[in-house]
Ligand binder design. Structure first.
Ligand code: AHG
Ligand code: MN
Ligand code: MN
Ligand code: MN
Length: 335
């Protein structure tokens, strides 16, 4: 079939043979994520017309003011996935602890855990800037037939069997990997179908965009400051262009298509960084590597980090391989 007109449903059937564990369950899980993405997309597109923008009134486990859409996206994703009885547990940026999904007859027979950032870029909702959803899938390590444990969620990123994001941008895109490259699908909203629009996405090895919240410059470590100076120097193909939206999904997506580096470093006001290893960095790192890019904490590969807690934060350097390597050189001067 001409892949240009392939739908996501057809793609999943066609590619099932490449899935790490070729049971139909992973296909069903991706199908449910596809459905959840459409449901959340439908709700988000109404923001401004119905009363779903603004703060929800609670502070989440991250210490952030939860937005109404954070809560809505979390509930919609969770419910859509739980109803389909494919995962045995869910961990989310918006949940204090992981959620056990016992399944039919409380049999705990489902094999996968889902980790998610249901709405990424919440602070951009009220001003009509693109937001996203990030997801990550692992196979459980605890015995089937028992309730999931924390260890099922605290696996190294290298153990992911699938990861992806939905970008609610000028168009809605679902981009994901099951460990066999990265493919992007664009939603045709008129008929509610995702079509393969970006097959086998490759991050350019070198780029000219750097994305970092430079307002925090004075708080950054020396290595990051020096790398930023390098990006701004008038030499070779520099200065680079600075682009920072403040929605990881959108900043990452742009850099993946055009070539660039995204940095969220440690700082004197956020000594561990801001982004969450399990819900943000690991899935983006898996996608980046599958597209030929690189993701690091400044010194080490993100996917090799052993998580110790659900809501753990890490510094994040991600994008075009040569740019991330250059940033690591600057970091190595200031270990
Ligand atoms: P979330 O909305 O899921 O809490 O994530 C916010 C993250 C990420 O989307 C973005 O790249 C970053 O926070 C922006 O942080 P700053 O405003 O500190 O730059
Ligand atoms: Mn948040
Ligand atoms: Mn986020
Ligand atoms: Mn979020």
């Amino acid at each position: 079939m001409n892949t240009k007109h392939m739908t996501l449903g057809e793609f999943i059937i066609d590619n099932q043979r490449f899935f790490k564990y070729s049971s139909g369950e992973l296909s069903r899980l991706i199908n449910s994520i596809r459905l959840a993405a459409k449901v959340v997309n439908h709700e988000i597109r109404k923001a401004g017309l119905v009363d779903i923008i603004g703060a929800a009134g609670d502070i989440n486990i991250q210490g952030e003011a939860q937005q109404k859409l954070d809560v809505l996206a979390n509930d919609l994703f969770k419910q859509t996935i739980i109803n389909r009885e494919i995962v045995c547990g869910i961990a989310s940026e918006e949940e204090d602890d992981f959620v056990i999904v016992e399944g039919k007859d409380k049999s705990n027979e489902n094999k996968y855990v889902l980790l998610m950032d249901p709405l990424d870029g919440s602070s951009n909702i009220d001003v009509n800037i693109s937001v996203g959803t990030i997801f990550s899938v692992y196979r459980r390590v605890s015995p089937e037939g028992t309730p999931v444990t924390k260890e099922d969620f605290l696996q190294k990123g290298s153990e992911q069997v699938a990861a992806g994001y939905v970008a609610y941008g000028t168009s809605t895109m679902l981009v994901f990997t099951t460990g066999n490259g990265v493919d992007g699908f664009t939603l045709n909203p008129a008929i509610g179908t995702f079509y393969l629009s970006h097959p086998n996405i490759q991050i350019p090895e070198e780029g000219n965009i750097y994305s970092v919240n430079e307002g925090n410059y004075v708080h950054f470590p020396k290595g990051v400051k020096n790398y930023i100076k390098y990006c701004q120097a008038e030499e070779d193909n520099r200065p680079y262009t600075s682009r920072y939206i403040g929605s990881l999904v959108t900043d990452f997506h742009r850099n993946m298509i055009k070539g660039g580096i995204y940095i969220y470093p440690t700082s004197s006001i956020g000594p561990k960084g801001k982004l969450r290893l399990l819900y943000e960095c690991n899935p983006m790192a898996f996608i980046a590597e599958q597209a030929g890019g690189k993701a690091s904490d400044g010194y080490k590969r993100i996917l090799d980090l052993q998580p110790t807690e659900l809501h753990q934060r890490v510094p994040f350097f991600c994008g075009s391989t040569k740019m991330v390597e250059k940033a690591e050189e600057f970091m190595a001067d200031h270990p």
